[in-house]
Design a protein around this ligand. Structure first.
Ligand SMILES: [Ca+2]
Ligand SMILES: [Ca+2]
Ligand SMILES: [Ca+2]
Length: 175
């Protein structure tokens, strides 16, 4: 009876060791894979584009991303007054480029997310921010939900309107 128990315990120990190894291997694989760019699907002026680079033109663009912006994906408006409209979270980089852009993220800006207004007065509206929001030159208006990340209006007279939370908010006017 004692012998059977010992064998059982040995078997269980071996199983646990094996599963711990498998777990660490899986973790390592996920760790490596986590930084891999993930393509995002958006429409640029009603044309569907899938990739890790979604680029507007130097003219006025309407860029719509209905499933968020994934890690490693960069969405750029380029020149012109662009609308970049995201449904879901931003884990990538959104850059309005030159021109007074409207960047509307109907989700959170995650820790890995970066939103750049670019030159001229941009309007940036996002839910909770754990990432980085940079207004760039021009008088920008930046709306956020709870802010635990970085909000910096950068050059010129900016207005930041964080709903709650006291993450570092660098704006001439914080409402
Ligand atoms: Ca553009
Ligand atoms: Ca632009
Ligand atoms: Ca700006």
């Amino acid at each position: 009876m004692i012998r059977i128990r010992v064998i059982r315990i040995c078997a269980m120990t071996a199983l646990l060791a094996a599963s711990a190894l498998t777990g660490s291997a899986a973790f390592a694989a996920a760790g490596n894979g986590a930084m891999a760019p993930v393509p995002t699907t958006c429409t640029v002026n009603d044309v569907e584009v899938t990739g890790t680079t979604i680029a507007g033109t130097d003219a006025v663009d309407d860029i719509e991303c209905d499933n968020g912006v994934n890690l490693g994906t960069t969405v750029t408006g380029g020149g012109g007054t662009d609308l970049i409209d995201v449904d879901g979270n931003n884990a990538g980089t959104i850059d309005g480029g030159a021109g007074a852009d409207l960047i509307d993220v109907d989700g959170d800006n995650l820790a890995t997310g970066v939103i750049i207004g670019g030159s001229e007065g941009d309007i940036i509206d996002v839910d909770d921010n754990a990432g980085k929001i940079l207004g760039g030159a021009g008088g920008d208006v930046i709306f956020t939900g709870a802010n635990t990340g970085t909000v910096d209006g950068e050059a010129d007279a900016d207005v930041c309107l964080p709903d709650e939370g006291a993450g570092p908010t660098t704006c001439e006017t914080v409402v």
